[in-house]
Ligand binder design. Structure first.
Ligand code: MG
Length: 263
């Protein structure tokens, strides 16, 4: 401890450490685990199913991520792909009823966002990491953002939800609607300074982007932004980003990551 204090003082005197609160690496114990599409690699689960959220909640992750589309009749459903594999059902061009009849790998049906939120409201220990998918037109995105915000408010989940999107347009609209909500951008093509200028909470980027831009984690922290990285599944990759001090790691194997963080 004394050695660390001495080292910190020495570095501070030498001008290597910027002002307090800036440029802090996140220590392993502070790194937060996010289950990608819920804990779907658990037994009897499926991506974006109600079970995947419940199973993520049961192991005590920080947050559980899921994907949201607006249907042709302007309702909202929880699913990853635009076209559900093995069908020709396009999430945006199909009716809610038709989509909600699709049976998932674990026997559940694709949940509506209302069903997903109803369950999540009963499981207050897990944060919701809501990804809004990129829709066909900006107009549809505006409508989808509006409806998602309405449902978050209706279910009392605004304070428990972080928003992510590949659509910068959607991120901006969410920020206008919910100025106190943390919003993270996914597409990897904007620097921390650009994200800060858009008023976003941080970056949620693919591993390869953070390898191509090794300075972005530090830059983000110096700007008061947070860093999430996806989809980190091998122990080797997990350890790399633990060591690099990101704030969140999004993984298909949350228990593997939890075990590594405890070491
Ligand atoms: Mg997603």
């Amino acid at each position: 401890m004394l050695n660390r204090l001495f080292l910190a003082s020495a570095l501070l005197l030498a001008g290597y450490i910027p002002a307090a609160g800036q440029n802090q690496e996140t220590s392993p114990s502070q790194i937060k685990v996010i289950a990608h599409r819920g804990y779907w690699t658990a037994p009897e689960s499926a991506q974006n199913s109600l079970a995947s959220f419940a199973k993520a909640d049961a192991i005590g992750v920080y947050g559980s991520e899921f994907d949201v589309w607006m249907t042709s009749d302007d309702d909202l459903v929880v699913n990853h792909d635009r076209i559900y594999a093995g069908t020709n059902i396009d999430m945006e061009k199909s009716l809610r009823e038709e989509i909600a009849s699709i049976v998932l790998a674990n026997g559940e049906k694709i949940p509506t966002l209302d069903q997903y939120f109803e369950q999540a409201a009963r499981m207050p220990g897990t944060r919701l990491i809501l990804e809004m998918k990129v829709h066909y037109t900006p107009e549809r995105e505006v409508e989808a953002v509006k409806k998602i915000v309405e449902k978050l408010r209706h279910h009392g989940l605004v304070e428990r939800t972080d928003i992510i999107s590949f659509s910068l347009h959607a991120c901006q609209r969410f920020h206008e609607e919910l100025p106190d909500t943390r919003i993270y951008y996914l597409a990897g093509n904007l620097s921390p300074q650009q994200l800060k200028d858009y008023g976003l909470a941080g970056l949620d980027y693919y591993m390869g982007v953070l390898r191509d831009h090794p300075q972005w984690i530090e830059q983000a922290h110096a700007l008061g932004l947070e860093v999430n990285v996806w989809t980190v599944n091998s122990e080797q990759d997990m350890q790399e980003f633990i060591d690099r001090g990101v704030d969140y790691i999004t993984t298909d194997y949350p228990e593997r990551l939890q075990a590594l963080l405890k070491k």
